[in-house]
Design a protein around this ligand. Sequence first.
Ligand SMILES: [Zn+2]
Length: 245
Amino acid sequence: MGQTFSIIFYSVLAGLATISGMIMVILKEEWVLRNSRHVHSFAAGLILGIAFFHLFPESLTLTGNPMTFIFTGFLIFYLLEHMMVLHSGSEIHYKEKHNPQHTKAMVMFSGLFFHSILDGLIIGVGFEIDSTIGILTSLGVIMHEFPEGVTTYSLLVNKIKRKLAFNLSIAVALATPIGALISLTFLGGLSETTIGVLLAMAGGSFLYIAATDLIPETHEEGLTSVIALFSGVLFLYILSQFVSK
Ligand SMILES: [Zn+2]
């Protein structure tokens, strides 16, 4: 597959993963809420494996010292989520005159939309290095997009009308391919070091997503979620043996 085609292909897959998450909530809400924690655990293990086995070492090769940028990626995603929860959470801070739920939903939507744009950029950055890193970053994005679709739709549908929640969730799903298209317009001209910096930031964002979005959801599940998380790590480790150069 050509690089451009791969970037579009995998980002569309990621968008479809978000959509399947929302459809699962619509069709089988209880089942999803009961079983999605195993998916969360497995995805967390896999995403951490991608960051630690591939993205961090690769960015080390490209930049020499990726630590600051890994940390920056982590902090950007922290800030993004913090703003989203803060502005959509407490009514003490914000007293809207009309329909506060609607405003909250729109803030949430903006945060999720921007996050998904970054997911698309991350796929582009991966393929800018080579197809192995590209496929692995795509896998990391795709794996957390399903839980993200579940979260996005569940959060929105509690605040606004079903139809609008549905349309906004579709927009969040589309943001990943849009981000990937944006990456196509400027990544080609960047130096190897800059790509390494972006990859380190992508790794930092994976660390954030796994450690704060996915793992905390799974603690109540006991041993099964521990097994699921380690299976994710092991699966990625075995996969790495086949795909490494
Ligand atoms: Zn995401």
